[in-house]
Design a protein around this ligand. Structure first.
Ligand code: ME8
Length: 628
């Protein structure tokens, strides 16, 4: 473990534009597990979580619901806090970016960065994604409009703005990554960040005038119309929370745990801001992968978002915590399915852990009236095998290898279950009760170790196990984990993980897939573009003699002279309606003769039983504009 004695761990602060889902629960549960482990190891530990409440996205969400942004933020922030409280998350401080102390702290930081010469005023023109609250250059956009991160449409904005000299930190950042190879975890993600920085960093626009819902710039700047860029406001929470608790001695953070979606903000902007503020940089930014459900991206419109409360109501918090941390290696994407969760409960939790404890409770009661005392005898070697595995476990935690940690604990449980199988106590209890007693001493010592080791991951089950084994879960118990106990009084407890026979959660309603369209005479886009359609203006209209249906039109397509077009629209439009109106014309049709008149194009129209309608541009456009 690292030499620092104070460990500061953070989750992202979550946007209050929506309630928590499995992704938020995942990050928070990992952070809670690591913080609990750190406490178990005897380190002074501070866990921070909270909500991110400013920005255009929140302002828009509130407006849609006819609420003020603050009312809306109060309500959603509370749902996050209540959820973490109900889940037993042991956070030390819950920050809200609308808290006064935070806003003051952010203003002070802005002032300091300004005084250091890292902030200047300019004007910003660019493409803004409201959903991601970030800017993109034209070349970063997909199809010239969509956000490269979330695919939603960006807005072009031009406004006066303050800028942070991010470009100045390009080299210091690259040097820092080089000198601190474990700054970004997992290391696979590190290369992505380095490549991004090597590509060149542009100065960052850090104030907005196009909306209100944010922290105002410091009064000293005299800019009442500017609010701070939400990511500057949000990232600073990691420091303002400690300041208000007067716990700056916890800085720098040991671990910022984030999803891979926001790694760039934490691994590039955040260290650059900190350098500008002359503050030391965090030890690790750990980015985890993305959860899907039943192999599909979660989305409200599909209705397949995994609600953490629903899972926990059905299966209990410890099963959920175990599943999340065991199912996917940190950094990789994971898939939630109820079936996979049930398999973990019935397999790992029920058959391996629950069963071993049950066997111990049953045998100790039946053979020794629940109390026994003795030596390890033949099982001494086996306990050594267990202890050698435990020796490696600590390394996994701060490297975020929680799945490996759990895998090793489950190997230890397998050693215990195997020992019972091989020793056949039921056959030996009459002939060799000493060996059976030794076996139970071994199993009790093994389970005592496991009870302590799983306490950060499954705190409730660990307390239940401790009750059965009559031990206390504490940093002392962890420090003395290798001590061998020779006498036990086992207390009966209900089965830890009863078998789950059928799914308990509400089924996700499968929305019927849209029917496949039957397309007639399909053409390629190239073929379509062979037809040149242009916008034109009707200059003159004349009825064709001896015809009830035809008009002779002079249409300006922006060419050297107007075109003469004969069109069968007389029953539906008056001359006045047509003159100086715009129409769409097929411009590369071979000229044809109608009633003896040359027609040099075709106006587009649609006709049904109620009559005919010309196809016109919705707004007036320059004549000759191509239609595509
Ligand atoms: O980004 N799988 O807030 P946010 C895994 N306010 N994790 C997921 C997930 C998924 N499908 N969906 C969300 C913000 N997450 C900013 C953060 S920090 C200074 C500001 C988790 O509410 C994951 O941790 O969009 C991700 O990084 C975070 O929620 C984003 O939460």
């Amino acid at each position: 473990m690292a030499s620092c004695k104070k460990i500061y761990i953070t989750t992202p602060i979550y946007y209050v534009n929506d309630v928590a889902h499995i992704g938020h629960a995942y990050t928070t549960i990992i952070a809670d597990a690591v913080a609990r482990f750190s406490k178990l190891m005897g380190y002074e530990t501070f866990l921070l979580t909270g909500t991110d409440e400013h920005g255009q996205k929140i302002e828009e969400s509130a407006k849609k619901r006819n609420r003020t942004p603050k009312e809306y933020a109060d309500e959603i922030s509370k749902t996050f806090k209540d959820l973490w409280d109900d889940f037993g998350i042991e956070y030390d401080h819950f920050i809200r970016t609308t808290d006064e102390y935070h806003k003051e702290g952010v203003k002070k930081a802005f002032e300091k960065m300004y005084e250091n010469g890292d902030i200047y005023k300019g004007s910003y023109k660019g493409n803004y994604c409201v959903s991601c609250e970030s800017f993109f250059t034209d070349t970063q956009l997909i199809d010239e409009i969509a956000c490269p991160d979330c695919g939603k449409e960006t807005k072009e904005i031009e406004e006066e703005s303050y800028f942070f000299r991010l470009s100045k930190y390009e080299k210091p950042l690259l040097d820092f990554y080089k000198e601190n190879p474990e700054f970004i975890l997992p290391t696979s993600k590190r290369n992505e960040v380095i490549a991004f920085v090597e590509n060149g960093l542009k100065d960052l626009s850090i104030s907005r005038t196009s909306f209100d819902w944010g922290v105002k710039l410091p009064d000293s700047l005299g800019e009442p119309d500017h609010v701070m860029y939400v990511w500057l406001d949000a990232l600073l929470n990691y420091v303002t929370a400690l300041e208000t608790e007067e716990r700056m001695d916890f800085w720098p953070a040991k671990l910022h745990i984030v999803g891979k979606d926001i790694l760039r903000f934490h691994a590039i902007y955040w260290p650059a801001f900190l350098m500008s503020l002359d503050l030391p940089l965090p030890h690790h930014i750990s980015a985890h992968g993305w959860w899907t459900r039943d192999g599909q991206k979660m989305s409200k419109s599909i209705g397949n978002v995994v609600k953490p409360r629903e899972v926990v109501d059905a299966y209990g918090i410890d099963s959920f915590r175990y599943f999340l941390l065991r199912e996917v290696p940190f950094g990789q994407d994971g898939d939630f399915s109820e079936k996979a969760l049930i398999n973990r409960i019935n397999g790992d939790l029920g058959n391996s852990l629950g069963n071993l404890l049950n066997r111990l409770i049953g045998m100790s009661d039946k053979y020794f009236g629940s109390e026994f005392e003795g030596e390890l005898g033949n099982f001494e070697e086996k306990l050594k095998e267990v202890d050698s595995k435990i020796g490696n476990l600590e390394n996994y935690i701060f490297k975020m290898q929680l799945h490996r940690y759990l895998e090793d604990i489950w190997e230890i449980l397998a050693i215990g279950n195997r020992a019972i199988q091989e020793s056949e106590p039921w056959a030996k209890i009459k002939t060799n009760p000493d060996e059976v007693r030794s076996l139970l001493i071994f199993i009790s010592n093994l389970l005592s170790r496991v009870a302590v080791l799983i306490s950060p991951i499954m705190p409730k089950s660990s307390i239940e196990m401790a009750k059965a084994l009559q031990l206390e879960i504490s940093p002392d118990a962890y420090k003395n984990i290798f001590e061998i106990r020779n006498s036990f009084k086992i207390v009966k407890i209900p089965a830890l993980f009863p078998r789950v026979d059928k799914p308990k959660m509400q089924k996700v309603e499968e929305k019927p897939k849209p029917k496949e369209l039957k397309l007639d005479g399909v053409i390629t886009i190239d073929k379509f573009f062979e037809t040149k359609i242009k916008i034109g203006e009707v200059l003159e209209v004349e009825a064709v003699p001896k015809s009830k249906k035809l008009y002779k039109l002079q249409v300006d397509l922006g060419e050297e002279r107007p075109r003469q077009i004969v069109a069968g629209i007389r029953e539906f439009y008056s001359e006045d309606e047509l003159t100086h109106s715009q129409v769409c014309v097929v411009a590369n049709l071979k000229p044809a003769k109608l009633m003896g008149l040359v027609s040099e194009g075709m106006v587009l129209a649609g006709k049904d039983e109620s009559g005919l309608s010309l196809i016109r541009p919705e707004k007036r456009k320059k004549v000759g504009t191509p239609v595509s």
